[in-house]
Design a protein around this ligand. Structure first.
Ligand SMILES: [Zn+2]
Length: 87
């Protein structure tokens, strides 16, 4: 099967290229502001971060891009609230 490729553009050098799913990372946060995808520009090496809407999230996850769900980190069960330890 053909590997999914995604069209992307670099705001730094204005290069346009296609990236394999492995070259992209998707981060899904609790809000739109913390939901974005990142890649490294193959032309100039810049780290590019772009907001990801629902459509893009669907595309990227469907194409096998590694996804980091940021909001689950906040919901992870932590240690119980600390009470002063009894001696
Ligand atoms: Zn670039």
């Amino acid at each position: 099967m053909a590997a999914a490729r995604f069209r992307a553009a670099c705001p730094d050098c204005r290069g346009r290229f296609e990236l394999a799913a492995a070259a992209l990372r998707l981060a899904i946060g609790a809000t739109r502001r913390t939901t974005f995808y990142t890649f490294t520009c193959p032309d100039c090496g810049a780290s590019v971060r772009k907001p990801a809407g629902e459509r893009i999230i669907e595309l990227l996850t469907g194409g096998g891009v590694r996804t980091l769900r940021l909001h689950t980190a906040l919901q992870r069960p932590g240690p119980p609230a600390r009470h002063p330890a009894s001696p």
